[in-house]
Design a protein around this ligand. Structure first.
Ligand code: 6PG
Length: 247
């Protein structure tokens, strides 16, 4: 794979601006090629970092198709819902068609296996019919990273790190609450055209240095290495990058 590209900004406002320009460029390349833009979002602090897109006339919201790389198995109006977080800070403020936002099926909240299968089918509807691909190729997947090196709901030492078949998997023992979540697997993340991590703050210093400078230790975030021609980007602030030697 290509080496990751690291962008470090003085503060989170600057990340917001840099990330918005980057997403616009990815959108343009995708629309020029196929007239639609498929993007997957995460939870944590990521949703707030997308506010630079609001009110920007260059964003072609009607061409966006939004998925969740990671979602908590809770109702869509529950405070833990990643969809709720993304809606509150972004999706409710922009003219994106509701049918283009792919949420979990909350009729299935009591059967996590069914809910997970249904979300995988939702991806298959978008991606598999067109090119019968073994794995979907998202135009952009946006990720966060925890201080322990987890990303989406792929946690250090967890058996899901080895999942090489499913597109979407479920977890009932997440060390970060809530316990029940569904998550994209590494094959899906690593088939994307672009993957961008967004991480900020001093609490990410040690883990960011480990992931970029010593990827062989195999923390979940270090296993994100999109296959050629995919490209990995890091959008961080100087506080998070303080201990990084890379590139
Ligand atoms: C989630 C996220 C998770 C998150 C990291 C980093 O829904 O929990 O997808 O993987 O991105 O925990 O979270 P912060 O950005 O809040 O540190």
């Amino acid at each position: 794979p290509h080496a990751p590209i690291l962008f470090s900004f003085p503060n989170t406002d600057a990340i917001v601006g840099g990330l918005a320009s980057f997403i616009l460029k990815a959108q343009k390349e995708s629309l020029d090629k196929k007239g639609r833009f498929t993007i997957a979002l995460s939870g944590g602090s990521l949703p707030k970092m997308l506010s630079g897109l609001i009110g920007n006339p260059a964003v072609k919201w009607d061409k966006w198709h939004v998925y969740y790389a990671d979602e908590r198995v809770v109702p869509l109006d529950h405070p833990d819902s990643n969809h709720l977080a993304c809606t509150n800070v972004l999706l409710s403020k922009v003219p994106i068609p509701a049918s283009h936002i792919h949420t979990i099926d909350t009729d299935l909240l009591n059967d996590i296996e069914e809910l997970c299968d249904a979300y995988e089918k939702e991806l298959i509807r978008e991606f598999a019919q067109k090119d019968a691909a073994r794995f979907p190729v998202f135009d952009l997947i946006l990720l966060g990273m925890g201080p322990d090196g987890h990303t989406v709901s792929l946690f250090p030492g967890h058996e899901l790190l080895a999942e090489d078949d499913r597109w979407v998997a479920y977890i009932e023992d997440s060390p970060k609450p809530p316990a029940k979540r569904i998550t994209f697997t590494f094959p899906v993340i690593n088939h994307a055209a672009r993957v961008a991590f967004v991480a900020h703050g001093e609490e990410k210093q040690d883990v960011l240095s480990e992931v970029l400078d010593n990827p062989e230790t195999g923390l979940p975030a270090a296993r994100v290495r999109p296959a050629h021609p995919g490209q990995l980007y890091w959008f961080v602030d100087d506080a998070a990058a303080a201990k990084v030697k890379y590139p």
